[in-house]
Design a protein around this ligand. Structure first.
Ligand SMILES: Cc1cc2nc3c(=O)[nH]c(=O)nc-3n(C[C@H](O)[C@H](O)[C@H](O)COP(=O)(O)OP(=O)(O)OC[C@H]3O[C@@H](n4cnc5c(N)ncnc54)[C@H](O)[C@@H]3O)c2cc1C
Length: 456
């Protein structure tokens, strides 16, 4: 038996010597180099996985380590446990939501939540800071730099010896002017958000995007009491022709925002409307920060090219209808890194494009493809005109709708729907649509052919 094992070992060893020289897995000098570009939830969660493999040298390149990503900052409960987050990253635990229709009908939801269930409201500078620091603690080498371009060898898909060269502006503490530097690596994870340079360099193809706008408003302590555990969601063509407006509580202020794809130039008009709709509840508040950023509408046509893989917003992983992307960024970063580390077999080999597609992309699409599809349909049905929006709010009165919505949002899986209740819900939906259309105020016409043409 021992003889066969020894023979098998020798055969394996000789196979290694015949193959192209593998990188030595024991010396960090020869270890394969992985660059994660971007240190948001996607990048930090990818970097911490690579960093835990001793035979991979991991770099996390982030243009601004104290970045405060423009964001509502709502995260599902499951993210706390799944990503081992301390509750200190959560400013507010939202247990009630108010849905407000175009004509001002209000529906309070949250009765179905258990006492320990909540939506976490975070400031991104706190959440991202925690995730980045953890990746660095695990051993990711932080580079404070803005990646400006990437040299991609023409044979990178076939030739695993070919390396990618990242060019970046390196920033040192106390200076705002960068110095040009470059880094050669064997594999790149593009986690650099909606304006991804990595996606551009690898020719990932375009995606359509919404523009989202948010003002952080400091309101009085008395006003803040109302938002203690409460978030608000406003629908109506005044606040967005295809999305919703929100008031989300943060630790000493509220985030008030909206977004749109179809009429991007009018975003400030929609922002004014959401402020007006919130009215007395934020009256007299001081705007402490104004922020805006694109939100991808769908995945990029190509998410892997050679040994470059996209995750998070760079890949296009934001859900329609809810505009949720933080959890999917963290999850995709982690899934991509775990798949790639496994394929690298202890840092002894590099994966091919097909292998990354057959693992990370396949698993991600299987797990979350249906969620994206359902939310896409819901957005098309319920955000398209005021009649449908009235119906949407009315429908939220149903305890069953609340239960299913919270379960799928908080835990990222639909938990045992009841077919009878589903049938009843279909009837209720039709009823709500009929009622909604009968009471709705007509949508304002708008003409934006240039913007509309830009839709992909
Ligand atoms: C106004 C608004 C409100 C939103 N509200 C919510 C919400 O409430 N809940 C939710 O789940 N999602 C929300 N989203 C979506 C969410 O913000 C994103 O889906 C999420 O941030 C994606 O994470 P990411 O790590 O992929 O990208 P990002 O968070 O964008 O991180 C990318 C990182 O890369 C860095 N970077 C970029 N380019 C370079 C470069 N060239 N070189 C080096 N570093 C670079 C950036 O500094 C940044 O830190 C909102 C988005 C917007 C715009």
């Amino acid at each position: 038996m021992k003889f066969f094992l020894a023979a098998a070992f020798c055969l394996q060893a000789s196979a290694f010597t015949l193959a192209p020289t593998p990188k030595l897995s024991t010396t960090s000098l020869d270890a394969y180099k992985v660059a994660v570009v971007g240190g948001g939830p996607a990048g930090a969660c990818a970097a911490e996985v690579f960093a835990q493999e001793p035979n991979i040298e991991t770099f996390m390149i982030e243009r601004k380590f104290d970045n405060a990503k423009p964001c509502g900052g709502a995260i599902p409960l499951c993210m706390i446990g799944e990503f081992d987050l301390p509750e200190t990253v959560v400013d507010r635990k939202v247990r009630r939501m108010k849905m407000i229709s175009p004509i001002g009908n209000e529906v309070d939801i949250g009765d179905t939540l258990k006492p320990d269930e909540y939506i976490g409201m975070c400031r991104r500078e706190i959440l991202d800071g925690f995730l980045r620091d953890r990746a660095v603690e695990y051993g990711a080498k932080p580079i404070n730099g803005l990646v400006t371009s990437i040299d991609i060898p023409s044979d990178h898909k076939e030739n695993k010896d070919s390396q990618y060269t990242l060019h970046y502006q390196k920033f040192s503490p106390g200076t705002s002017v960068g110095t040009p530097e470059s880094l050669a690596v064997d594999l790149i994870v593009g986690a650099d958000g909606a304006n991804s340079r990595v996606a551009k360099a690898m020719d990932a193809g375009e995606y359509n995007f919404a523009i989202a706008f948010q003002e952080r408003i400091k309101i009085s302590e008395e006003q803040m009491e109302f938002y203690e555990e409460m978030a608000e969601m406003y629908v109506g063509d005044d606040v967005s022709p295809d999305f919703y407006g929100w008031v989300f509580p943060k630790y000493d202020h509220v985030g008030v925002g909206t977004g749109t794809v179809v009429n991007r130039p009018a975003i400030k008009q929609y922002q004014k409307a959401i402020r007006e709709r919130a009215g007395d509840k934020i009256e007299g508040g001081k705007i402490i920060k104004v922020e805006a950023h694109p939100i991808p509408e769908h995945p990029r046509p190509r998410r892997v090219q050679g040994r470059i893989a996209l995750v998070g917003d760079a890949a296009g992983y934001v859900t329609k209808c809810s505009g949720e992307g933080i959890y999917f960024a963290a999850k995709s970063g982690r899934m991509a890194a775990e798949s790639i580390v496994k394929l690298m077999q202890g840092g002894s080999r590099l994966p091919s494009q097909a292998e990354i597609e057959d693992t990370y992309i396949r698993d991600y699409d299987r797990a979350y493809g249906p969620t994206y599809a359902v939310l896409d349909i819901l957005q098309k049905v319920f955000y398209s005109n005021n009649g449908a929006r009235e119906a949407f709010v009315e429908l939220c009165k149903s305890k069953y709708v609340q239960q299913v919505t919270f379960d799928s949002y908080l835990y990222k899986k639909v938990q045992g729907n009841n077919p009878l209740d589903d049938l009843k819900l279909l009837g209720e939906t039709i009823g709500c649509l009929i009622k909604g259309y009968s009471i709705a105020k007509p949508d304002q016409a708008f003409s934006n052919p240039v913007e509309s043409m830009k839709r992909i």
